[in-house]
Ligand binder design. Structure first.
Ligand SMILES: NC(=O)C1=CN([C@@H]2O[C@H](COP(=O)(O)OP(=O)(O)OC[C@H]3O[C@@H](n4cnc5c(N)ncnc54)[C@H](OP(=O)(O)O)[C@@H]3O)[C@@H](O)[C@H]2O)[C@@H](O)CC1
Ligand SMILES: [K+]
Length: 461
C-alpha cells in the first residue's frame, strides 16, 4: 500500500530544513518528472501546450517548457502573469531561450495543466472556468501537474475542472486526489520524486492507498481439512430475500465451507446453500441487514449480540438498534445515504449526502474516533475502509459496479472471509479489493454486469 497525505507543504519544508534542498531543486525534479513522462511516451517534435497560472504550479510548467524546448514543439500560454518568486525566476529563465508564448490556447498533441496546484484557495471566476472548458474541449493528451486544476484541498471540484489522462503529482499522494468527485478528473496517478526517494520524502500518515497486493485471497494451504475448517456463514434474509441469497452465493464462491440463509419462510435456494430458521449452532460469522426490511427488534438484537464476527449492511443503518452494538469489532458497509443516517443515529452529525460527499474522509474520521472498534467501509467511487485511526482507500472500483446487488455480493464476500477466520479489517480490505478486481476483469460492456457475473469473476481471481 502507498501512503496518502492531507497536505505536503510540511514535507516540502522538511526537505529544505533536514536535507538542505530548496524550492528550486524540488521544482526541477517536479518538472523533469513530467518531462521524462512525455519523452517516454511521445515522439520528438510533438506539439506541447503548457498552460500556466501565477503560482508555483505555473512555475513547474515554465520549468517544464525549458526542459522540453527544442526536443518538442513547445508553446506556453500564461493565463496570468507570474507572481510567486519561483514563477518569476522560472519565467526569467524561459525568456532567455525565446520559447514560444501564445495569446490563446490551442489544441496541441499534449496539453499540460499547470494553472493551479495545491494553492487553489478560492472559487474560480468566469475567466478560469471558461479557460478550463476550452482546454477540456480539445482532443489533446491531458497531463495535470500535481493535481487537475479545479480540485481543491478537500477534493471538491469546480463546475469546470481539468480532465486529466494522467496526473503527475509531486512528492506524495494527496487525499484530495481520492475524493469520489476527483475520480472522473485525475486519470492515472503517478508520483514524482522531488530530490529524495519517496520513502525519505514521506513521513508518518494515517491514510493509505490499497494496492492489488494487499488483497489476500482465502487460498487453502492445509491438505488435511474438511468443510468445517472454512467456517459457517449465516446470512440473515429479510423481506427482500434476493439480497440475502445473492450474498450467500457470493460467500460460498469465496471459500466459506458452509453457508446458510436464515429465513422464516422456505426459500428456493441452490442445493449447496442451506436454509435455517434460526442462527446455526456452529455459525462462525453472520451477515445481516441486506434486504432485511421489517424484522422483529428483539430477534435482531439477539442476533447482533451473538459472540461471532458480523458484517452489517443496508436497512440496519436506519434502525437505532445499530447504536447498541458499536462497541463490537463489527464490519459496517454503508453507502453514503446509509452513512448519513448512521451519523445521525449516533449523534455525530446531521448532514446531507452532499455534505458527506464533500468531506468523506472527515466524517469517517469522526465516526471512527467515536467507535474505534468498528470497521467502517464507506461505499463510493473510491471506497474508504477505516478502523480506529487508520484509513485505507480502494480506488480500483468502477461504474461497472453501480448496480443493485453489487453491495450484497460485497457483504457476502466479507461475511465469507469473516467465517473463515479473517480479522474484520483484513476481511473488509481483501473482500473490497476482490470485489473491485472481479469487476475489473469483467470484459463485456460496462453496463451489463449482473451479480452472478461478478461472483463468477471473483471465483476466477
Ligand atoms: N513548495 C515546493 O517546494 C514545491 C511546489 N511545487 C508546486 O507548487 C504548487 C503549489 O504552488 P503555490 O502554493 O504557489 O500554489 P498554486 O497552486 O500555484 O496556486 C497559487 C496561485 O494561484 C492563485 N490562485 C489560487 N486560487 C485562485 C483562484 N481561484 N483564482 C485565481 N487565482 C487563484 C494564487 O493567487 P493569490 O492567492 O496569490 O491571489 C496564486 O498566485 C504545487 O501544486 C506544485 O505544483 C512543486 O514544484 C514541488 C516543489
Ligand atoms: K494543475
Amino acid at each position: 500500500m502507498q501512503k496518502i497525505f492531507d497536505e505536503v507543504n510540511s514535507l516540502d519544508k522538511r526537505c529544505y530544513e533536514e536535507f538542505f534542498l530548496n524550492e528550486d531543486i524540488l521544482m526541477e525534479h517536479a518538472a523533469s518528472s513530467i518531462c521524462s513522462y512525455i519523452e517516454d511516451i511521445f515522439e520528438e517534435n510533438k506539439s506541447v501546450l503548457i498552460v500556466c497560472g501565477s503560482g508555483n504550479n505555473g512555475a513547474d510548467g515554465l520549468a517544464l517548457a525549458r526542459l522540453l524546448y527544442k526536443k518538442f514543439d513547445v508553446s506556453l500560454y500564461l493565463a496570468s502573469a507570474p507572481k510567486s518568486p519561483m514563477a518569476k525566476l522560472q519565467y526569467k529563465r524561459v525568456k532567455t531561450l525565446n520559447i514560444k508564448e501564445v495569446d490563446e490556447p490551442f489544441e496541441a498533441d499534449i496539453l499540460v495543466d499547470c494553472l493551479f496546484g495545491t494553492g487553489l484557495n478560492k472559487p474560480l471566476d468566469e475567466k478560469y472556468l471558461t479557460l478550463i472548458d476550452t482546454l477540456n474541449s480539445y482532443n489533446s493528451f491531458n497531463i495535470a501537474c500535481d493535481i487537475p486544476s479545479g480540485i481543491n484541498h478537500f477534493g471538491q471540484i469546480s463546475s469546470s475542472t481539468f480532465e486529466a489522462d494522467v496526473t503527475i503529482t509531486m512528492g506524495a499522494l494527496k487525499t484530495s486526489l481520492f475524493s469520489d468527485f476527483s475520480k472522473d478528473y485525475v486519470g492515472e496517478i503517478i508520483v514524482s520524486n522531488l530530490g529524495v526517494q519517496r520513502e525519505i520524502y514521506e513521513t508518518q500518515t494515517n491514510k493509505f492507498l490499497l494496492d492489488e497486493s494487499d488483497m489476500k485471497l482465502p487460498f487453502r494451504n492445509k491438505k488435511n481439512s474438511h468443510k468445517g475448517s472454512y467456517g459457517h456463514l449465516n446470512v440473515v434474509a429479510g423481506c427482500k430475500k434476493g439480497a440475502g441469497i445473492i450474498a450467500a452465493k457470493a460467500a460460498f464462491g469465496f471459500g466459506a465451507g458452509l453457508v446458510s440463509v436464515v429465513c422464516h419462510e422456505n426459500l428456493d435456494l441452490p442445493y449447496h446453500i442451506m436454509q435455517t430458521h434460526f442462527i446455526s449452532e456452529n455459525c462462525t460469522a453472520i451477515a445481516i441487514g441486506m434486504g432485511l426490511g421489517k424484522y422483529e427488534t428483539d430477534e435482531i438484537r439477539k442476533i447482533l449480540n451473538k459472540k461471532v464476527a458480523k458484517i452489517v449492511d443496508a436497512d440496519l443503518f436506519y434502525d437505532d438498534l445499530i447504536c447498541e452494538v458499536l462497541d463490537q469489532e463489527i464490519v459496517l458497509t454503508p453507502h453514503p445515504k446509509e452513512f448519513v443516517s448512521l451519523l445521525k443515529l449516533c449523534e455525530i452529525a446531521d448532514i446531507s449526502v452532499q455534505e458527506l460527499q464533500n468531506n468523506r474522509f472527515l466524517y469517517v474520521e469522526k465516526f471512527c474516533k467515536k467507535y474505534p472498534n468498528v470497521v467502517l467501509l464507506l461505499k463510493g467511487a473510491n471506497v474508504i475502509i477505516a478502523q480506529n485511526e487508520k484509513i485505507y482507500v480502494n480506488s480500483f472500483g468502477s461504474a461497472v459496479l453501480s448496480k443493485g446487488g453489487s453491495g450484497d455480493v460485497l457483504s457476502g464476500l466479507i461475511g465469507s472471509l469473516l467465517a473463515q477466520g479473517y480479522k474484520p479489517l483484513e476481511a473488509a480490505i481483501s473482500a473490497s479489493l476482490a470485489h473491485a478486481m472481479g469487476a475489473r476483469n469483467y470484459k463485456k460492456n460496462n453496463y451489463s454486469l449482473i451479480p452472478s457475473d461478478l461472483v463468477e469473476e471473483i471465483r476466477k481471481l
